[in-house]
Ligand binder design. Structure first.
Ligand code: SAH
Length: 221
């Protein structure tokens, strides 16, 4: 179909201009970003804009992150094919689909029931059988499925949620945006024995992580 060809061309351009040129070099991450049809994760009327260098609305006042941020966070995690991955903030399920192509299993938690149900249905229809969507407060993690080799938090936290650090495997890595409502910095946290190494990466802007170990009284959106 013509539309599909046009969107595939836009996806290739996104890989080249937004990812490779900005320093994403991990071929596995690039091939996952090439393989996942981002336009199938947004509403029909936004399909044409799916490969733009910008976040897009996904309903309920939430957003799907800009492609570059998805790729940069994924690359920083250095995911292995045997990894069990925890994602907090499923949203439309796009980031979960990318993670599912790199690791073994993805457990993704979304607090908004409507988004969780839609993402779960979409991921099943598109064949991402190794993604399991849970509805609830992701700041508590998923203790019954812990430990996780890698954790990605897709909403802005005031600080690293303690349960998530506890559920990170020995030698594991977690990436999350930490900061206030306006500005955050991506932090890469590595757990090595009794030590926790934290590296601060680039600036970003996410919707708030709302929950017991996140923002408890966020401004209404
Ligand atoms: N990764 C998503 C984008 C996430 S936007 C994608 O690819 O589309 C952030 C999401 O985090 C929103 O859907 C929001 O509802 C969710 N969220 C915020 N606080 C949460 C919490 N405590 N637990 C689970 N999900 C949360």
């Amino acid at each position: 179909m013509r539309e599909d060809r046009e969107l595939a061309a836009k996806r290739l351009e996104m890989l080249e201009k937004q990812l490779r040129r900005r320093g994403i070099t991990d071929e596995k991450v690039l091939s996952a970003m090439d393989a996942v049809p981002r336009h199938k994760f947004v509403a029909e009327e936004l399909r044409e804009r799916a490969y733009e260098d910008a976040p897009l609305p996904i309903g309920d006042g939430q957003t799907i992150s800009q492609p570059y941020i998805v790729a940069a966070m994924t690359a920083a995690l250095r995911i292995k094919s045997s990894d069990r991955i925890l994602e907090i903030g499923t949203g439309c399920g796009y980031q979960a689909a990318i993670l599912s192509r790199l690791g073994k299993e993805v457990f993704s938690v979304e607090r908004r029931p409507k988004l969780a149900a839609e993402a779960s249905k979409r991921l099943t229809e598109l064949g991402y059988a190794n993604v399991h969507v849970h509805c609830g407060d992701g700041t508590l993690g998923l203790p019954e499925f812990a430990p996780f080799d890698t954790i990605l938090v897709a909403a802005a936290a005031p600080a690293v949620p303690k349960p998530l650090l506890a559920q990170l495997a020995e030698g594991g890595r977690m990436i999350l945006p930490v900061g206030d409502e306006e500005n955050q910095l991506l932090q890469l946290v590595e757990k090595l024995g009794n030590t926790v190494l934290t590296n601060t990466l680039e600036g970003c802007r996410f919707v708030p992580l709302v929950g017991y170990h996140g923002w408890q009284n966020p401004p209404q959106r």
